[in-house]
Ligand binder design. Structure first.
Ligand code: AKB
Length: 316
């Protein structure tokens, strides 16, 4: 049975991944950790530690105490927040990852660190972006994610640390809200559609980006960490995607359920510039071939599930 330490466990991915992994591996075998404590089901249903990834001693203490064989590093500053505070993005995304890789090297832990479509930049081919291609990102978040991929590959080659990762697109969930990303509109739009029947989008129409529903994102991490290592040609990190749409596309899908719904636009040029530097759609065939990546939700299935689940949660 695996024993897993999750950093950033109270964030958008961590809130759901922790609960999901506890169901699979047992509550006591999944240790949640975060910089701050917050009373919720993640903290209450199993072990929890205060871990600030920028503090190496916090990581050493948690690893010595719980002896995990795997660390899932979800502590990160996302793209839009990273542009507002580049030094925090560097510190948490890079120094935090370095501290995790060091403790993993010393204690023979596998490491999963999600990467992002932000590793790509304006010079990357925009459509069906290949697994191996030009990566010259223009955001601090993207810079830390490319450097993080290289560092993880280095630790695998040099020290045999079992590092693996995926390049996540925008993630859409009905549990925890995302914090300060470029793709966040695709979550907010569902809440606003249910509450106010209208949404003002901070990106302009025609802005295509890859997206994924959270259940598929959780499967991606779990299946990649369970994959046969001899089949992995790549490691850090795999292109994965489930759908690509622009604001008009998601609005049209919502309209099928809420006919009065309307979208209008008030573009935030700083965030638009980030979105414009990212691909329209990824080629994820290497992930499909090497470890069986196969997402279940497209835009239609996700929209139905999001609206059903959120309307119950919000009592609308
Ligand atoms: C962001 O928008 O910053 C993230 C991402 C694509 O990595 N959702």
């Amino acid at each position: 049975m695996k024993k897993i330490l999750i950093t950033g466990a109270l964030g958008q991915i961590g809130s759901e991944l922790t609960m999901n992994m506890r169901k699979i591996y047992g509550n006591d075998n999944v240790i949640a950790s975060s910089r701050r404590r917050q009373e919720n089901e993640v903290v209450e249903s199993g072990p929890f530690e205060i871990v600030d990834v920028t503090n190496p001693q916090h990581l050493v203490d948690a690893v010595k105490k719980h002896k995990p064989d795997t660390i899932i590093n979800l502590a990160a500053i996302l793209s839009a927040n990273g542009e507002n505070n580049p030094s925090a993005a560097w510190n948490i995304n890079m120094n935090g990852l370095y501290n995790i890789l060091e403790v993993a090297r010393e204690n023979q832990c596998a490491v999963c660190t999600p990467s992002s479509i932000a590793v790509f930049g304006p010079s990357t081919p925009k459509d069906n972006t290949p697994q191996d291609t030009l990566m010259r990102p223009t955001t601090m978040y993207g810079v830390t994610k490319v450097a993080g991929e290289l560092l993880c590959d280095y630790y695998f080659k040099k020290f045999n640390v079992d590092t693996r990762g995926v390049r996540f697109p925008g993630l859409i969930s009905n549990v925890a809200l995302p914090g300060g990303g470029t793709t966040d509109y695709a979550v907010h739009i569902y809440y606003e559609a249910l509450k106010n029947k209208k949404y003002t989008c901070f990106l302009q129409k025609g802005t295509y980006m890859d997206m994924m529903y959270m259940p598929d994102a959780l499967d991606a991490i779990i299946n990649l960490m369970e994959a046969d290592p001899t089949k992995l040609v790549h490691r850090n990190a795999f292109n994965v995607t489930a759908m690509s749409f622009d604001p008009e596309g998601i609005a049209a899908e919502i309209k099928k359920h809420i006919p009065e719904f309307t979208i209008d636009y008030n573009v935030n040029q700083d965030i638009q510039n980030i979105a414009d530097s990212w691909p329209n759609s990824l080629d994820d065939s290497e992930a499909r071939e090497q470890w069986g990546w196969n997402p279940k939700y497209d835009l239609t299935a996700m929209t139905k599930d999001m609206l059903d689940t959120l309307s119950k949660k919000l009592n609308i």
